[in-house]
Design a protein around this ligand. Structure first.
Ligand code: TYD
Ligand code: MG
Length: 449
């Protein structure tokens, strides 16, 4: 193979270097400099680039706007998250922590697709995949299997095989001849992904790419892949629990507000059609001091449980302690509750906890925080099928929050009966089956609970 010219770029500020360095001289970031290909000496193209006619310039009105044709995946939850099915030529990145069930989900779908599907694995051997397929169960399948990690060899197979749908498990195992760094490095991931994307676009073949998420929750280290692909799906859940949630973090062909819920069984993943049941079973009885908030994490809505414990202070200075919530905001909310509602919280210890070990910066959880504190203070439980989304201002007003439609849809999807939001949030309640209650100020909470 002829020598390929590579150079080094800082992934943070884009400065180019001729050799690797630990710290970028310009932006002073550490470990951001990676090797990248700048010219491919080998002129043999990895894929057929189609016809050579250059793109024409359009008048907006001449462009056809008919609905994209969608290929059904045979799985309702996945179809919904994708926005109705797979768009031909689209590249879908499925991210999630190792062991969460990404391979299981993709294999299960690939086995049942009525199209010629090629499952390329660099992770498990064909024997392991055969065993997993037996476990999941299938009758007759159009799926074929390839155990290969070199993209040039993969494209060689693809030319002959010409599959209708391609699954790559996983991007971290692939490597291209054009770059020397090891599989899983940023430059390998970026280069192999761009080769695959080029293949998808020129042949109009939809491709699913599985990618492992690291501890920080980013796909493949820096988010190098997210902007390259059409759709980013995230598979989440606690490995020790049965439930898995599939969300679209980005979708060029649909909304990102939809989620799919699955349950992990011995025979693979099962779609959960009635998600409210899950939530109600985990909250069997209503307890005082808890309230459910609909927060957002990035662009995705998530439901979190806020727990508060208010008790008489034993020592002189009352304690205030939070987990997952800003302590300054807790002080502010306590002050508002005292001033506007006359609660004597100054002589009480207040503990606040966001369950699940996550930290929420979204001010929309204020309303649930205030509700949980009131609920604990008065020892009156809040029904577990109520959700809250609103910011609390210094005067006690409940302020509108962003992405309210997504929050309402998420609460509705998860089977909540009522959602309490700011009365100033402009929404059309007719669009939802969940009961939406607008609140003007925090004083109204008292009456509600
Ligand atoms: P896997 O799909 O290999 O995860 P990933 O590709 O995201 O790393 O699945 C991981 C776990 O799922 C594994 O620990 C075993 C469990 N599992 C089941 O519970 N039931 C099944 O039918 C299968 C195939 C796996
Ligand atoms: Mg896997």
């Amino acid at each position: 193979m002829s020598k390929t010219k590579t150079t080094y770029y800082c992934q943070n500020c884009g400065t180019q270097y001729s050799k690797w360095m630990g710290q970028c001289q310009v932006c002073k970031q550490w470990n951001t400099i990676v090797e990248e290909v700048i010219s491919k000496k080998d002129t043999k193209k990895p894929v057929n680039t189609g016809n050579k006619t250059s793109n024409k310039i359009w008048d907006l009105s001449e462009i056809e706007t008919k609905e994209e044709y969608r290929i059904s995946t045979g799985n309702e939850e996945l179809n919904r998250v994708l926005g109705g099915g797979i768009v031909p030529g689209s590249v879908i990145l499925l991210g999630g922590e190792p062991g969460i069930g990404k391979s299981t989900l993709m294999l299960q779908i690939a086995l049942r697709l009525p199209f010629h599907t090629l499952y390329i694995s660099g992770e498990e051997s064909p024997k392991q995949i055969r065993m997993r397929a037996e476990r999941i169960g299938y009758e007759k399948t159009n799926m074929k299997l390839l155990f290969e990690t070199n993209t040039q060899k993969i494209f060689h197979h693809l030319e002959k095989e010409n599959p209708d749908i391609l699954v790559i498990d996983s991007i971290q195992t692939l490597h291209t001849d054009y770059i020397e760094s090891s599989p899983g490095s940023i430059s390998q991931i970026r280069e192999t992904a761009s080769e695959i994307i080029q293949y998808a676009k020129t042949t109009n073949t939809p491709v699913f790419i599985i990618g492992h998420i690291n501890k920080e929750g980013q796909i493949a280290g820096p988010k190098v892949l997210e902007h390259m692909v059409d759709t980013v799906l995230q598979f989440e859940g606690d490995r020790n629990h049965l439930f898995r949630i599939l969300r679209a973090a980005k979708n060029r062909f649909g909304a990102t507000s939809e989620i799919g819920i699955f349950e992990m069984y011995n025979q693979g993943l099962r779609e959960v059609k009635n998600p409210s049941k899950i939530l109600l079973s985990t909250h069997s009885n209503d307890l005082s001091g808890t309230a459910i908030a609909v927060a957002t994490e990035g662009i995705r809505p998530i439901l979190v449980e806020v727990q508060a414990l208010v008790s008489s202070a034993v020592y002189g200075t009352p304690q205030r302690s939070t987990t997952g919530y800003d302590i300054k905001r807790l002080h502010m909310i306590l002050a508002v509750l005292e001033k506007r509602m006359g609660f004597k919280l100054g002589s009480k210890d207040v503990f606040l906890n966001i369950t699940g070990g996550i930290k929420i910066d979204d001010p929309a959880i204020d309303l649930a925080v205030a509700t949980a504190i009131l609920s604990s203070n008065n020892d009156i439980p809040v029904p577990s099928d109520w959700a809250f989304a609103g910011e609390v201002g210094l005067t006690g007003e409940v302020r509108p929050v962003t992405r309210i439609e997504q929050r309402i849809s998420e609460a509705e999807k998860l089977g909540f009966e009522k959602i309490f939001i700011s009365a100033h949030n402009k929404i059309n309640p007719k669009n939802y089956s969940i009961q939406i209650i607008g609140i003007n100020e925090i004083q109204d909470l008292q009456e509600i609970i």
